[in-house]
Structure formats: structure tokens, C-alpha cells
Design a protein around this ligand. Structure first.
Ligand SMILES: [Zn+2]
Length: 194
């Protein structure tokens, strides 16, 4: 899908269904077909073609005329013939940048949907809202949106030197630019100072 713009939508724009991009996950791993050092995301009309019955799926939007979906498979599902489950990080460079970015979007929507089937406030099953990407609780009214985790990251220079840091859980010898998650009420600059 290189070069084609993804347009996020809440519902398929037409009843007609053609081939669609399917980002199918088992846990955090994406279903791909690997060939000659590249990895390919299924571009098919239905997951039936792969013999897969997902736990649930989410319509994400369109690329050109093609619909884009994410889907979640049960942990016990084996990959179809010639395909494999692959961690997204391992696919960096093996799929084009546009597809990789869409895979990142897909896993977040899939994971949010998986994690918000029940209200975090009162435990009631939630319902998908049609007017926005959210799930609402019919009992207490709490609305659950996809969760974003803002991060600040900066590369500090001094002449030809860089200021790096390491965390105790890093692999030996590994250093990083200064980075951290933003806490409630913090500015991006305050994150870096902390
Ligand atoms: Zn509730």
C-alpha cells in the first residue's frame, strides 16, 4: 500500500466488499506471509479464505477503495499454511513504512477493544458507540477511549558529544537518548528534566 493515504473511518463507507487489508493478531503478534526477506499482510476479501475465525474484529478505515481491518485471534490459533505470527518490532524494515504504521495503529485499536469489553469503573459489559471510536458503559455512563501514552524524547548535544542515559533494566552496554512517559500535569520539558 506504499504511497496510498490511509483515511480513518468508523464504519465501512459502502456495503460492497472487495479485498481488504487484514491486520490479524494473536496476542501482540501479527499474521504475515514471509517471502524473500519481506513480510506481507493479508489482502483478502474475508478471513474465511484463511480459515480463521477471529474473536472480534475492528474496521479501521480505507486505503484507496480497500477497507482496512484489525482482528484478534485466540491464543491457541495456529497460523494458516505458509504464514506466521510475528512481533511488530521484528517486522521493521520487512514491510513498507505505510503498512508498518498501519500495523501500529491496528494493534492499538485491537488491544484497546480487547481490554475494554467491560467497564473499568463498574464491571458492566460495554457497548461500542457508533459516532466515535469509543466504548460506553450502559450502566454508569463511563466512556472508554483508545488509550494514548504521550512520551517526550530528546537528544541533547554538547559540541560533538551526545548526552545519553541508561536504565537498570537495559541490556548491558545499551544507552538511550533521554526519554520518558508524560505524567498527568507535566509539560514535555518537565519530563526531560525529571
Ligand atoms: Zn460502568
Amino acid at each position: 500500500m506504499r504511497g496510498e493515504t490511509f483515511i480513518p473511518l468508523l464504519a465501512p463507507p459502502q456495503a460492497q466488499r472487495g479485498e481488504a487489508w487484514w491486520f490479524v493478531f494473536r496476542g501482540a503478534n501479527l499474521l504475515v506471509r514471509k517471502a524473500e526477506g519481506r513480510a506481507h499482510v493479508p489482502f483478502i476479501e474475508s478471513l474465511d479464505e484463511l480459515g480463521l475465525a477471529p474473536v472480534r474484529s475492528q474496521f479501521l478505515g480505507v486505503v484507496g477503495a480497500a477497507h482496512v481491518y484489525s482482528a484478534e485471534c485466540d491464543e491457541s490459533v495456529e497460523p494458516p499454511a505458509d504464514m506466521t505470527w510475528a512481533g511488530l518490532r521484528s517486522l521493521f524494515g520487512a514491510i513498507d513504512d505505510d503498512t508498518f504504521a498501519l500495523a501500529g495503529r491496528a494493534i492499538q485499536i485491537m488491544d484497546w477493544d480487547r481490554s475494554h469489553q467491560f467497564c473499568g469503573r463498574c464491571g458492566t459489559p460495554t457497548e461500542r458507540k457508533l459516532a466515535e471510536r469509543s466504548r460506553a458503559c450502559p450502566k454508569c455512563g463511563q466512556v472508554h477511549y483508545p488509550r494514548l501514552a504521550p512520551v517526550a524524547m530528546a537528544l541533547v548535544h554538547r559540541g560533538d558529544e551526545l548526552l545519553l542515559a541508561r536504565s537498570p533494566h537495559f541490556a548491558p552496554g545499551m544507552f538511550s537518548a533521554l526519554a520518558g512517559f508524560v505524567e498527568p500535569g507535566e509539560s514535555l520539558e518537565q519530563v526531560l528534566v525529571r
